[in-house]
Design a protein around this ligand. Sequence first.
Ligand code: DC
Length: 232
Amino acid sequence: MTSQPTPFVIGIDGPSGSGKSSVSRAVATQLGAGYLDTGAMYRALTWWCCHTEIDLGNAAAITRAAVELPLDIGDDPSAPTVVVDGTDVAEAIRTSEVSSLVSTVATVPEVRVEMQRRQRELIEQIAARHGSCVAEGRDVTTVIAPDAQVRILLTASEEARLRRRSLEVHGATDEAAIDATRDQVVRRDRDDSTVSQFTEAADGVSVVDTSDLDFEGSVAAVMALVDAARRR
Ligand code: DC
């Protein structure tokens, strides 16, 4: 009997604006790995709750929506698709409305149990399909895949994260644009960190601080950790 190669999982967590998504996608592309954006799943659920007019003050109703969510998420890092009940929501889940509501949904404990179950299942399927999977989020390295071969916390100073997100959302980094971005970075991270630990690295998790790194430098720093793990 031939033994199957062990699927290789790379978990990358970090706060908003750390560069997590773009770096994770680039690393997955370089490795020929599949990709899972766990944050996109919480965003898709938030979009679905708004679309089906679920009261976001009703935790039981949000939990039911999480269990029933008809989600189809793609694993191609160069074109990640997010489809809910046949509707392509890849753009809709990035609107300011969803960004400002997503923490309300993601901080319901029962919702997290269901999403984490789905995320473990997806990581297993994606890694089996591609040989490896890069999964990014807030609790991948600690809760979803604590046995991943590579576990990284991607961080950056609050100033660097505000600047990046402001440029991304408003196309500017003047004071007004930074202030308008603050809710989506600082307030959201504060809310999210009540249910996941992503401000400090857990045991065995490597920290990559991207404050003074450009995009290529951030990708290279993550790739160096992946290469080291592959040599072990
Ligand atoms: O990374 P992002 O901004 O797309 O994440 C969207 C939201 O989902 C964010 O408010 C935190 C939450 N999230 C989470 O609680 N756990 C994860 N594994 C991923 C995201």
